[in-house]
Design a protein around this ligand. Structure first.
Ligand code: ARG
Length: 462
């Protein structure tokens, strides 16, 4: 049996598509998410067509009411989605025709699905930038809460995951507050650049109808109409900027997730996840698994994947629109959903976790973490060149290692065998609390610095 031709372009076609053609061609399975944006775009377009005298006011009114009905049908789940109608644009228009008849056919004047989809997707991605911003602000607040609770708690700072120098818990939490602030500013930058309107660029060349593109741009909250119709229908860099920003943000989330996995292990015990954010094992009763952190770490792959996939879709396309570009949506939706979910899960975990002050402190004091303080003291108190001080300190670390003790446990006599100038004062710098308190340079880990930074962030995030 031959299917009848598509009602949207049936004039030129005797028969409908093969079933497999329909399957590969249809995007309605996922682009139905663009329904609210599609209807907003159509409403703006119809109002403009009437204002410029291209269609009558009564047709525009019928279209407006019909579109509101379509929207409510979609919201209540009554809308009859059809794969044969390919995508959200044609589904909406066909339903509009069922509802209001002839005026529906005038909506597509001076417009094409090419500018239509560019508008819809831009509006959707713009909204995701706002949602990401809001979610990240909540995460920053959760991190700030942790920073405040333990502004002066000492913990080991790591390089190469080897104990490096003592730092403060508040300082470590604030490092992520900074990263997520940059992520927010990347989304904000991307949003600014994407906030221009493709509507009225039609298929690719613009239109001969006397449209008012400023009017539709303004109605949809865009800053201006896009200046080149070819660019407007062919470009997807707005989605790529979103995905690139999402990828960098996801990378930050994954690093924090990795730290939480390590920190919540029995070997570290730096943090305890709340019951709400832990899972047990069906066989090992002692387990408290940080599943949410692990899933965040893993889900990040989809976001990177979406970025690479869309770059790959776009990179070989001649101007302007090619159907390849229909593949821009599904993975962007998935990436955005998973980003927002990951940020929300991270926010919950961070807000609810308890840092183990004692374990942090014990770990901070191990691994000769104040060796740099000792070297600095040799420079300051004895006037040694830093390289010599580094050498002397290295010998003292080796001595402590061979005695199975830490630097502050060496006696003054022991130390003087390595350098006779060392005095009792050296012990003032060897404790971890002394060490962190001394790091008062701007951006340093001293509690005084950390508290000043917390105060600044509280202003910004309130
Ligand atoms: N569903 C299509 C997409 O997402 C809409 C644009 C179709 N345009 C066309 N000329 N076939 O890209």
């Amino acid at each position: 049996m031959t299917k009848s031709a598509n009602t949207m372009w049936g004039g030129r076609f005797a028969a409908g598509p093969d079933a497999i053609m329909e399957a590969i061609n249809a995007s309605i399975g996922y682009d139905r998410r663009l329904a609210p944006q599609d209807i907003a775009g159509s409403r703006a377009h119809a109002a403009m067509l009437a204002a410029t005298g291209i269609i009558s006011d009564s047709d525009a009114e019928a279209i407006r009411e019909g579109l509101l009905t379509v929207l409510s049908e979609i919201e209540t789940g009554e809308f009859p989605f059809s794969t044969a109608l390919e995508d959200i644009h044609m589904n909406v228009e066909a339903r509009l025709r069922d509802l209001i008849g002839e005026p529906a056919g005038r909506l597509h004047t001076a417009r094409s699905r090419n500018d239509q989809v560019a508008v819809d997707f831009r509006l959707w991605v713009r909204d995701q930038c706002d949602q990401a911003d809001e979610a990240l602000a909540a995460l920053q607040k959760a991190l700030l809460g942790q920073a405040e609770a333990g502004a002066d708690w000492v913990m080991p700072g790591f390089t190469h995951l080897q104990t490096a120098q003592p730092v403060t818990w508040g300082h470590h939490m604030l490092a992520y507050v900074e990263m997520f602030a940059r992520d927010r500013s990347r989304f904000a930058d991307a949003r600014k650049r994407m906030n221009v309107s493709p509507l009225g660029c039609a298929a690719l060349a613009g239109t001969s109808f006397p449209i008012d593109r400023d009017m539709t741009a303004h109605a949809l909250g865009f800053d201006a109409p896009m200046a080149n119709s070819l660019d407007a229908v062919a470009d997807r860099d707005f989605a790529l900027e979103f995905l690139a920003s999402a990828s960098i943000c996801a990378m930050h989330l994954s690093r924090l997730a990795e730290e939480l996995v390590i920190w919540s292990s029995a070997q570290f015990r730096f943090v305890k996840m709340s019951d709400k954010w832990s899972t047990g094992s069906s066989i090992m009763p002692q387990k408290r698994n940080p599943d949410a952190a692990e899933l965040i770490r893993a889900k990040i792959g989809r976001i990177f994947g979406a970025n690479v996939a869309l770059m790959t879709v776009m990179k070989g396309l001649p101007l302007t629109y090619s159907k390849d570009m229909q593949e821009d949506k599904e993975q962007t939706f998935d990436a955005a959903d998973n980003l927002i979910l990951a940020v929300a899960a991270m926010t919950g975990m961070v807000a609810d976790m308890t840092a183990n002050r004692e374990a942090l402190k014990t770990a901070a004091a191990s691994g000769f973490s104040t060796a740099t303080d000792l070297a600095d003291w040799l420079v300051r108190a004895l006037g040694l060149p830093f390289r010599d001080a580094h050498h002397v300190t290295g010998s003292l670390v080796a001595m402590a290692e061979s005695k199975g003790c830490d630097l502050p446990d060496l006696t003054l006599e022991d130390m003087q065998t390595v350098h006779e100038g060392i005095t009792q004062d050296v012990f003032d710098v060897l404790g971890v609390e002394n060490s962190v308190a001394s790091r008062t340079s701007y951006g340093g880990t001293a509690p005084s610095q950390v508290r000043a930074q917390i105060a600044g962030w509280k202003e910004v995030l309130k």
